[in-house]
Design a protein around this ligand. Structure first.
Ligand code: HAM
Length: 421
């Protein structure tokens, strides 16, 4: 007897997802809304490979991500390669490479898959898709306001209401001033930002202790800032401009610092207001110096990254994801051998008119053919047998409302169209 090899696991790799058609439908819905919203603001799409030289992340990104969360390997040519853990260094590299040919301001978006070696948990996986919208070449708050307005617009396009989410804004300038006041050297200021970023996850005594370890006797200014009563000037101007555009759910939040070292101006995060899921949905900020890594001169930039995992959880909790329906418009059931030819012809004509048509190619009974179409959530079925060929009358059945419509061969397209309009 042949010894059977051990069966392979059916599970995907830890922390990543398989996308069955229903999952792909939800992901496509999410990325379609992202894409349409970004394009409505005049953003154009770019892309890049998920492989990058490791050195791209070694300066000015996030220590935590580079040291603990990257997937890095050595290729056959002895180069160190990293699967992108975010898109910002890539887009900065691309803009720097063509800075002379590009006409600024640049409005760019992309929806790459991103890899981070994180502990898989609610809202956090090892691969996710992330909309990145970035505006290059404008240093005034007009750009910050546009980026935040776009973030708000995407939430609205998903069907979220003002009370469902809040836009939390803070200022890296103000935080840098604070670090100075607390006598923290500029090399150590990122440690302060990271500590502030974690404040909501820490016990108050723990925060106090770590703050004192970092600032010694100069912790007072930081504590005062964290009370949130004095809104930094740049944040105040942005809040005012946003209110002028009808965006009223933005607030100054001193605990938002964001983990990346490259932010230089405002930083923001959009959070779910549901107390059971009060985590951040997505975030971004201004990063005016990142392009200096590639060139003598810098280019001001502001943008954000919005992941599919957190937004999907938000949408599911509010019933905002449409119910799955197949991308196939029509399933043709074939009742006899003679009908095969007719069915092929009808399918061919309808496909040439832009409909997606699947045709039965099994010997299954008609009842089973219809059941399959219904299980696959195909909106229409059409049965073709000897009677239909003789009478030239065809019956289309709508899966959703179970309505049946009799029509001539030429009328089939109109019935299908009627349902989609
Ligand atoms: P980030 O906050 O690290 O920012 O990621 C942005 C968003 O991506 C998060 O708020 C979340 O929605 C999603 N995300 C991040 N990590 C994971 C994960 N492990 N699993 C699921 N979703 C995740 C950045 O990456 C910046 N580069 C964004 C940016 C663009 N700033 C300026 N331009």
């Amino acid at each position: 007897m042949v010894k059977m090899a051990k069966k392979l696991s059916k599970e995907p790799y830890k922390g990543v997802r398989d996308f069955y058609p229903e999952d792909m439908f939800a992901l496509n819905y999410i990325t379609d809304v992202m894409r349409e919203s970004a394009e409505r603001f005049g953003y154009v799409e770019y892309s890049a490979s998920l492989l990058e030289p490791t050195e791209l992340y070694e300066s000015k990104t996030s220590e935590e991500i580079v040291n603990e969360q990257t997937y890095t390997f050595t290729d056959r040519g002895n180069r160190s390669v990293t699967l992108r853990p975010e898109m910002t260094p890539t887009v900065a590299r691309m803009v720097a490479a063509r800075r002379r040919e590009l006409s600024f301001p640049l409005r760019w978006y992309s929806i790459p898959n991103i890899f981070r070696y994180e502990r898989p948990q609610k809202g956090r996986l090892r691969e996710h898709w992330q909309l990145n919208c970035d505006l290059f070449g404008v240093s005034t708050i007009e750009a910050d306001v546009e980026i935040i307005s776009l973030a708000n617009e995407i939430m609205k396009s998903f069907g979220a209401k003002d009370e469902d989410f809040v836009i939390k804004i803070n200022s890296r300038n103000a935080l840098a001033d604070l670090a100075k006041k607390a006598n923290i050297s500029s090399e150590k200021q990122n440690e302060l930002f990271r500590l502030i970023d974690r404040v909501e996850k820490m016990k108050p005594e723990e925060f106090k202790q770590e703050l004192e370890n970092l600032t010694g006797k100069n912790a007072e200014a930081v504590k005062r800032y964290m009370e949130g009563e004095e809104v930094p000037e740049d944040v105040a101007s942005i809040l005012q401009a946003l209110a002028g555009r009808g965006i009223k759910n933005a607030i100054f939040t001193p605990s938002i610092a964001r983990g990346f070292d490259y932010y230089t101006g405002i930083v923001f995060e959009v959070s779910d207001t549901n107390p059971e899921n009060n985590r951040s949905l997505f975030g971004g900020g201004r990063y005016d110096n990142l392009l200096e890594n590639f060139d003598e001169e810098s280019i001001p930039a502001v943008g954000f990254g919005m992941g599919d995992v957190t937004i999907k959880e938000f949408l599911e909790s509010r019933n905002l994801i449409p119910t799955y329906i197949s991308s196939t418009d029509l399933y043709i059931c074939v009742l006899s051998d003679e009908a095969k030819q007719e069915a092929q012809e009808i399918a061919g004509v309808l496909r040439s008119e832009g409909f997606n048509v699947a045709l039965n190619i099994t010997e299954k009974k008609v009842g089973e053919q219809i059941k399959k179409a219904s299980k696959d959530k195909i909106p229409f079925t059409l049965c073709i047998g000897d009677d239909e060929i003789k009478s030239r009358k065809f019956t289309l059945k709508n899966l959703i409302n179970e309505e049946e419509t009799q029509t001539s061969k030429e009328g089939i397209a109109d019935v299908l169209k009627g349902s989609s309009s």
